[in-house]
Write a protein that binds this ligand. Structure first.
Ligand code: PEP
Length: 252
């Protein structure tokens, strides 16, 4: 059973953005009409260096600010890392965990991702937990089993619709311009909904499931219309206000 939930479109700026780019962020925020903000939640997950300034600029508007990763611990001897508490302190209300670039570049497995999700909750942040298969795994017919395994390992007990969002991001679709067919997205999202509902009951039914991977203004309406897709996680197209607003218009 699908429950009606307010969708979320979250941008992931990755390792992009200097103080000068706050102007672009300002244009984005200004471009979200109050009607649009009533039909879709919006967020930019900024590099840690910009969170404070962006949160200041976003104050009083509808755009939320998130981080892109956090350490499982609240503080300590972890040079270069940022804790969920620090993100919260800087003005973030959410954090992405388990992005495929973290899983690949930093060897993060499901246990680590689950620990980071729990750290997010501890700090009062929404955890945006990413899962998704590689091209090799899809070609081998293992997309559903990979996603199921990642869900089971990365989404901790205690997940609710209020503290967790799951983003399905096929690794081969990230930054490539390739997207799965709407039918393939629906198949994975239905399987994720079944998994989360079986595990978390009504909370799993109401949990927002985002699609991510080469979402653009031209394909957003089709992808966002898929059953059990409750929004998008957007990389490249979240860097320019025209593109990001163009994607949000799927909910106008
Ligand atoms: C991402 O990295 O989360 C992402 C979806 O990137 P892109 O939209 O650029 O494919």
């Amino acid at each position: 059973m699908s429950v009606t939930v307010k969708p979320l479109v979250a941008g992931n700026w990755k390792m992009n953005g200097l103080l000068a780019d706050l102007e672009e962020f300002g244009r984005m925020s200004a471009g979200i009409s109050s009607a649009l903000s009533q039909s879709v939640d919006t967020m930019i997950c900024a590099p840690a260096t910009l969170i404070g300034a962006m949160a200041g600029k976003a104050a009083g508007g509808s755009m939320a600010i998130g981080g892109q990763d956090c350490h499982p611990d609240a503080s300590g001897a972890h040079t270069g890392d940022v804790s969920a508490e620090m993100l919260r302190d800087a003005g973030a209300t959410a954090v992405i965990v388990g992005h495929s670039e973290r899983r690949t570049d930093h060897g993060e497995g499901d246990d680590k991702v689950a620990a980071k999700a729990m750290a997010a909750w501890r700090a009062g942040l929404l955890a945006i937990i990413c899962v998704g298969e590689t091209e090799k795994e899809r070609k081998a017919g293992n997309a559903l089993s990979v996603v199921e395994r990642q869900l089971n390992g990365s989404v901790p007990d205690g997940a609710t619709a209020a503290n967790t969002v799951v983003a399905y991001e096929p690794v081969w679709a990230i930054g490539t311009g390739l997207t799965p067919t709407a039918g393939d997205v629906e198949e994975v999202h239905k399987a994720m909904r079944a998994n989360l509902s079986a595990r978390f009951g009504g909370e799993g039914e109401a949990m927002r499931l985002l699609y991510g991977g080469s979402v653009k203004p031209a394909n957003a309406a089709e992808l966002m219309a898929v059953t059990d897709v409750n929004g998008a996680l957007v990389g490249g197209a979240s860097l320019k206000s025209d593109d990001f607003i163009g994607i949000l218009k799927a909910y106008a």
